[in-house]
Design a protein around this ligand. Structure first.
Ligand code: SAM
Length: 292
């Protein structure tokens, strides 16, 4: 399944897409938002398309091939891409971060993001670097595991699950998504709820593996420095903790006289979009205008 861009109309409207403008898409994924921007800025708008996932970049190159000459691709996480772009002297009119995993990453069992199929417990958005989910689950402290499950995954029984993981890994290290799913099922003994019992654990571990909160926190000030005065920084988040990071950072920038809120409250997807695209239901869009 390809990734349907969430709230693309709202994003384009709020970041002022018109011909000749330049967008940095820090999370290009399948290129849905970038394609919408390139259409809206025809014939001269340009996009710097970044992603930490080489497979996503390869797919974006195919999906954006008809705009060749107007798109440049950069591999790396948001912080390293922001440094690269600053070194190249890029001054965009707008910058977008559409956070979290893509449907392609979730739909490919061998990437290890989903508990729905058995595969190696990997979960790295960038499989070329860093420890896998299995490496972390088999090594980090009980306290770090518990806080990832509670704070990143929103799991209320984080302590019990973390304890069970630590006990089990001594006997048999975790290797596959099935190993972790089965353990959570045993601990929670819950079936048939609204969400699968392993959903929150998998989300917490995924955010830990990919340092998602840390990268977002470090990226926002760099994004502000990159975007031209009068331009826009837009963030789409799907997790309340991430939305809070964006909200607090924007508030501080407004207080320092460096930005102006375009969205006083976060925007949600329309009911129509929520009905046709499940992923859009938890989306929160915040946009800041850069003053200096
Ligand atoms: C939700 S998808 C983006 C979908 C895209 N907007 C589209 O319309 O197709 C998120 C993408 O961002 C990438 N990503 C997430 N966090 C990132 C980060 N901190 N730095 C770079 N890429 C990131 C993921 O690898 C994934 O491909």
């Amino acid at each position: 399944m390809s990734h349907v861009p969430v709230m693309a109309g709202e994003v384009l409207q709020l970041i002022g897409a018109s011909t000749g403008r330049v967008l940095v898409d820090l999370t290009v994924g399948a290129g849905g938002h970038s394609a919408a921007y390139l259409e809206a800025t025809t014939p001269e708008g340009r996009v710097h398309a970044c992603d930490r996932d080489p497979e996503a970049l390869a797919l974006a190159e195919v999906n954006l091939a008809r705009y060749s000459g107007r798109v440049t691709f950069h591999h790396g996480d948001s912080v390293s891409c922001l440094h690269q772009l600053a070194r190249q002297g890029v001054r965009p009119d707008a910058l977008l971060m559409d956070l979290g995993v893509s449907s392609m990453q979730l739909d490919e069992p061998e990437r290890g993001f989903t508990f729905r199929e058995d595969a190696l417990l990997d979960m790295r958005m960038d499989p070329t670097r860093g420890p896998t989910a299995a490496d972390l689950v088999n090594s980090i402290s009980l306290e770090d595991l518990e806080s990832a499950l509670r704070e990143l995954g929103g799991e209320l029984r984080a302590r019990r699950i973390a304890q069970a993981i630590v006990e089990r890994r001594v006997r048999r290290p975790f290797r596959t998504t099935g190993d972790l799913r089965e353990l959570v099922e045993q601990v929670l003994r819950r079936r048939g709820g609204r969400i699968h019992p392993a959903t929150r654990t998998f989300q917490g571990i995924r955010m830990l593996v990919n340092k998602e909160r840390e990268l977002l926190t470090a990226s926002l000030p760099l994004a502000m420095q990159l975007v031209k005065p009068g331009g826009f920084v837009a963030c789409l988040s799907f997790h309340s903790g991430e939305d809070r990071i964006v909200k607090v950072a924007f508030k501080e920038l407004v207080a320092a006289g460096r930005g102006e809120l375009v969205t006083r409250k976060p925007l949600s997807a329309s009911m129509n979009e929520q009905r046709s695209n499940r992923r859009s239901r938890s989306a929160r869009l915040r946009v800041l205008k850069v003053l200096r």
